[in-house]
Design a protein around this ligand. Structure first.
Ligand code: FE2
Length: 233
């Protein structure tokens, strides 16, 4: 899988995160991301994890826009991939290592007033710039030199032919029923009071019990984290 990310200066969410973990039988195509993350943090499904490797690379000449990661676990100091961020990349396993794309550009140039989830970004040949529009109105433009390009390559990795066959032949896949059953039994063994969910993917009490039982997050950071700053200037 490849992801391409084109952006200008903006504030990003400052919370470190893990990318969705893929298990044999439980993957992004059939499972909500929160459940994949809960399963990973529980440590109960390690033998079903499909190993992944990513290469993330940047092409960016402006300020900030760095990448912060916690290579020694969430309780140790983070490391920052810094400038120059041009044709530079990291080889990572982002499902198992906390990381974060830092805000891009100078603080004073990050605001995008009028940005909405339906906004669009396009390159305009005549003006030779990139424009963000909301309902057809241009709300922000960027010169090409103020655009950051990110390429994210993601691959499944197998130790040997046996492991490849296990994944591709689906001979030992997890099911949602088994995953939910294992999590329920583990929570109850920990003393968490939780009812059997009727619709596990949408039962809010059940989801809350899971996300609060299996929680872990970095405690050290170089950036000061305040509540969500994505839309502020
Ligand atoms: Fe990520």
């Amino acid at each position: 899988m490849m992801l391409f990310n084109i952006c200008g200066p903006h504030n990003s969410g400052l919370n470190p995160h893990l990318d969705a973990v893929t298990f044999r039988g439980v993957r992004i195509e059939n499972t909500p991301v929160w459940l994949q993350n809960v399963m990973a943090k529980s440590g109960l499904f390690q033998e079903y994890i499909i190993k992944m490797a990513q290469v993330v690379s940047w092409f960016w000449l402006g300020e900030e826009g760095t990448f912060t990661y916690w290579p020694n676990g969430p309780l140790e100091d983070p490391v920052k991939v810094g400038h120059p961020m041009w044709n530079k990349g990291v080889l990572v396993q982002n499902e198992l290592m906390f990381h974060r794309g830092d805000p891009v550009g100078r603080p004073d140039e990050r605001a995008v007033p009028g940005l909405a989830h339906r906004s669009l970004l396009e390159y305009r040949k005549d003006a030779d710039d990139w424009a963000i529009t909301t309902d057809g109105d241009v709300i922000r433009t960027y010169e090409p030199k103020n655009i950051r390009f990110l390429v994210h390559w993601n691959a499944e990795v197998y130790m040997d032919l046996r492991e490849a066959k296990l994944v591709m032949d689906h001979t030992d896949d997890l099911t949602h029923e088994r995953a939910i059953g294992t999590l329920l039994a583990d929570m109850r063994a920990k003393g968490v009071e939780v009812d059997d969910p009727t619709d596990p993917f949408h039962d809010e009490a059940f989801i809350h019990a899971l996300t609060s039982t299996y929680t872990i997050a970095p405690t050290k950071d170089w950036i000061e984290r305040r509540p969500d700053q994505r839309m502020s200037g």
